[in-house]
Design a protein around this ligand. Structure first.
Ligand SMILES: NC(=O)C1=CN([C@@H]2O[C@H](COP(=O)(O)OP(=O)(O)OC[C@H]3O[C@@H](n4cnc5c(N)ncnc54)[C@H](OP(=O)(O)O)[C@@H]3O)[C@@H](O)[C@H]2O)C=CC1
Ligand SMILES: O=C(CO)COP(=O)(O)O
Length: 329
């Protein structure tokens, strides 16, 4: 039996725990809230995220004890929002993950450090990249809960590790495929959130589908330029791990980033939009990280810059979109 430690109590951790445990794995599930763990043990449901999903407690072991959750696991899956990775993992001894494979399900960067999550894990725990992977692809937790056909890509420089994790995920409604472009996939997953957020702002201001289609087309070029500068290698951006993820987040009713952007476009402050959502829009933090990384790279990134100006320089969304609109083709 595969032994997995799942870190995070939100929607994505809940959906992944469902897939992995229903496929027969043992999942030691770390949540930060004692009340949520008690609720899960009592009712077999996560009270606050995807609460319709029922867990088999012979396979799923919720706990608030992080070391206990990790101790016996062969695989660690990180599914807390990026902003909480460091506060959570820094509690662990540096050798804790020595013989474990670490898979990041996070689509964000370590704030302040502007580092990919897998780079941070490799550095902090002195792990070779061959023990690391990412879960990518267009996949909303809500649709997993509804058992709708979904596709995931597991990115890792170790093709064997990627394939092994794909096999743990595959079921009658999840297809999973391996890929080796760990960095490209991880950066793209971060950047698509910025695009969805900006698309949401445009939507909130009253721009329509015609504009969004052009925004997304320009976004593909912006992502290509950035990836070429930060991690040049041949890659097919039309693959679903890149373009598919961008499309689902830009267009789906379930997208947190689009919803957050839409509220900002309608006049909400960042704080009130965050409070109202009760879920994390990673794009807000990603804008700052990518903007800061790009100070050195100097890639042309009009969409990211527009989002940065709105969210961090407090320039009016309407004014910034007027400027952006002239730069799109
Ligand atoms: N949701 C999805 O469909 C997908 C999400 N992802 C990625 O998964 C990652 C997790 O997002 P998601 O599951 O959606 O999260 P949600 O927005 O559903 O939930 C927010 C999570 O953040 C936790 N949190 C809030 N404050 C803290 C803190 N101080 N320390 C630790 N944890 C905290 C919450 O814990 P609490 O409940 O205790 O407040 C909760 O578990 C993100 O990087 C996201 O981009 C990737 C693919 C799909
Ligand atoms: O990455 C995701 C789906 O692939 C989730 O992010 P959003 O909720 O912003 O779409």
């Amino acid at each position: 039996m595969e032994k997995i430690a799942m870190l995070g109590g939100g929607s994505w951790a809940t959906a992944l725990t469902k897939i992995l445990s229903e496929n027969g794995a043992r999942v030691d599930w770390w949540l930060r809230s004692k009340d949520d763990v008690q609720h899960l043990l009592r009712t077999r449901h996560n009270p606050r995220y995807l609460s319709a999903v029922q867990f088999d407690l012979n396979r799923v072991y919720p706990t608030t004890d992080l070391e206990d959750a990790i101790e016996e696991a062969d695989w660690l899956v990180l599914a807390v929002p990026a902003a909480f990775v460091q506060p959570v993992l820094d509690k662990l001894d540096r050798d804790t993950l020595k013989h474990k494979n670490v898979i990041s399900a996070i689509k964000g960067m370590i704030p302040g450090k502007n580092q990919l999550v897998t780079d941070y894990v490799a550095e902090r725990f002195r792990l070779p990249r061959t023990q690391l992977g990412v879960i990518a692809g267009p996949c909303h937790a809500e649709e997993v809960a509804l058992e709708k056909q979904s596709y995931l890509t597991i990115g890792s420089p170790d093709a064997g590790l990627a394939l092994a994790f794909c096999e743990m995920l595959r079921n009658r409604f999840v297809s999973a495929h391996p890929a080796t472009d760990l960095d490209g996939i991880e950066y793209c997953a971060v950047m698509k959130n910025i695009i969805a957020l900006t698309g949401g702002i445009a939507h909130g201001l009253g721009y329509g589908d015609n504009f969004l289609a052009v925004l997304v087309s320009n976004a593909v070029q912006e992502i290509r330029r950035f990836l070429q500068a930060i991690n040049p290698q041949p890659r097919d951006l039309s693959a679903s791990a890149y373009l598919g993820d961008l499309l689902v987040t830009a267009y789906s009713q379930f997208s947190r980033n689009r919803t957050f952007g839409s509220m900002v476009g309608r006049g909400y402050s960042v704080k009130s939009a965050q409070l109202e959502m009760n879920m994390v829009a990673e794009g807000y933090y990603a804008v700052k990280s990518i903007h800061e990384l790009n100070k050195k790279l100097k890639v042309s990134m009009p969409i990211t810059e527009a989002a940065y100006n709105i969210l961090y320089e407090r320039i009016s969304p309407a004014v910034e979109l007027e400027i952006l609109k002239e730069k799109l083709r």
